[in-house]
Design a protein around this ligand. Structure first.
Ligand code: FES
Length: 308
């Protein structure tokens, strides 16, 4: 059997084996499928080049659309015009060799294999090239993701012994924060650091109801919590003194200052992390360690790790 010929699918079982020529429609379909694959390959290569030279995203979008459309169109045309799935109903015959057949069953099987493979070998190769090129073009931008964050999400600049300063880097004294007062503070050496921003509140002595293991973290009613909302990271700076709660201005999550910043309202999924602090004889504050858990919004592993 030569390339371009197919076994007649309608022949009766055990009868003469014939081949039918490739029709004009099929030849045109093959050419069309090949052109669509070429368009896909060129578009995928164009995507890679576009990424390397930094072309704008509109160009990337057009190339991606051409690549997907070419690949999809080629597959549709291939299935529609080049794959034969005739419906046949035929009587069952005894299974035995038919000497009247023009070729032996083994030859037919071999010719089938040769025909199907030879005639479409190029298209199959182009199919793999198209898919490979498209996958490569889509995967290349992954190199733009940058380095992994490592432990950056788990730690802040707070560490054991960090002195508490204001946004200007000046040491904070207890006398600066009256009862029901609030101040945004940072670790010495990192004023203004976004991840480390902390609210230091003075609720007065005898009101806090912290867990026993945190009793020493809030001297004389001074308590410190991360200022980053655990919902989406907005700064939690609204202190309602009469209710003793902190409110996030973005989506109104509310945290109970007296009860370890437990969430009492809103979408925040967990309390604000508490910073352990100690009041020094000179009236300044130092941290007893970093935050015991990651600050800010939740992420895939936000409950492990801790402060510095
Ligand atoms: S960011 Fe605070 S409630 Fe949404």
């Amino acid at each position: 059997m030569t390339a371009g010929m197919e076994r007649d699918p309608d022949r009766a079982y055990g009868g003469p084996r014939t081949v039918r020529p490739t029709t004009t429609t099929e030849r045109r379909a093959e050419v069309f499928v090949g052109l669509l694959f070429i368009a896909t390959i060129l578009a995928a290569l164009g995507l890679i080049v576009s990424y390397i030279i930094g072309a704008n995203t509109q160009v990337d979008g057009v190339l991606l659309a051409v690549a997907f459309a070419g690949l999809g169109g080629a597959i549709v045309v291939w299935v529609q015009y080049l794959m034969h799935t005739p419906t046949m109903i035929e009587a069952r015959h005894p299974i035995q060799p038919n000497p009247a057949a023009d070729v032996s069953p083994g030859q037919v099987a071999m010719r089938e294999a040769e025909s199907g493979f030879t005639r479409r070998r190029m298209l199959i190769g182009m199919l793999f090239a198209s898919v490979g090129g498209l996958v490569t073009a889509i995967a290349v931008p992954l190199f733009s993701l940058g380095p992994l964050p490592g432990r950056a999400l788990f730690v802040t600049k707070w560490k054991k012994g960090s002195r508490v300063v204001d946004v200007n880097g000046n040491l904070v004294h207890a006398s600066q924060i009256p009862i029901n007062g609030i101040m945004t503070v940072f670790p010495e050496g990192a004023p203004g650091d976004a991840m480390s921003q902390t609210v230091l509140l003075n609720v007065g002595p005898g009101l806090l109801q912290l867990p026993a293991d945190r009793a020493s973290w809030a001297p004389q009613g001074f308590v410190a919590y991360s200022k980053l909302c655990t919902h989406a990271g907005c700064p939690v700076g609204l202190f309602r003194a009469t209710e003793h709660d902190l409110m996030c201005p973005c989506h109104q999550s509310t945290f109970d200052v007296l009860d370890g910043a437990q969430v009492t309202f809103g979408p925040a999924p967990r309390p604000l992390p508490q910073l352990p602090i100690q009041l020094q004889p000179d009236g300044t504050f130092v941290a007893l360690g970093g935050f015991p858990e990651p600050v800010g919004p939740a992420f895939w592993n936000q409950t492990s790790g801790g402060g510095a």
